[in-house]
Design a protein around this ligand. Structure first.
Ligand SMILES: [Zn+2]
Ligand SMILES: [Zn+2]
Length: 133
C-alpha cells in the first residue's frame, strides 16, 4: 500500500470535503433499499477505508440507518457524504464523491436480491445480501 497516495473528494456544494490516504481496504457496490433511496440511484458504490486514514472537513448531519450504521450527509446540499459504523473502525466513502473518476473499481456487489434486472450480471462477486467483513 502506498501511503503517499491521497484521494480527495466532497459533496456537491463543496461544504464537506474529505481526504483519504492509502488504498481502500475494499471497494464494493450495494443494491440494498437504503443505498438505493439514500443515493436516489439504482445502487450505492463505496470505497471502504480505515477511519484514521480519512480526514474530513465541514459539518455533516447523521442518521441511524441500521443498528451499527450511521449515514452522514451534507445539510446544505443533501449529498451523501459517508457512512461510519459503531462496531468497527471503518468509513465507507461513496465512489461518486471523489474528485476524479477511475480511482476505484468495485470487486463485489451486495444485496443483489434488490438489484435492478437491467444491470449486468456476473461482472464481479455477487452476494444476495451482506457479506462477511
Ligand atoms: Zn454540500
Ligand atoms: Zn446498502
Amino acid at each position: 500500500m502506498n501511503q503517499q497516495t491521497a484521494y480527495e473528494g466532497g459533496c456537491a456544494c463543496g461544504a464537506v470535503r474529505f481526504r483519504a490516504r492509502g488504498a481502500p481496504g475494499r471497494v464494493g457496490m450495494c443494491h440494498c433499499m437504503t443505498c438505493r433511496r439514500v443515493h436516489g440511484s439504482a445502487f450505492g458504490s463505496y470505497a471502504i477505508f480505515n477511519r484514521d486514514e480519512v480526514t474530513l472537513s465541514g459539518n455533516t448531519r447523521e442518521w441511524r440507518s441500521s443498528e451499527h450504521g450511521r449515514r452522514h450527509f451534507c445539510p446544505l446540499c443533501g449529498s451523501v457524504a459517508f457512512m461510519v459504523y459503531t462496531n468497527r473502525d471503518e468509513i465507507a466513502v461513496p465512489i461518486g464523491a471523489f474528485d476524479q473518476p477511475g480511482l476505484f473499481e468495485p470487486a463485489y456487489e451486495l444485496w443483489c436480491k434488490r438489484k435492478e434486472p437491467w444491470l449486468p450480471k456476473g461482472v464481479r462477486r455477487e452476494y444476495d445480501e451482506e457479506r462477511e467483513h
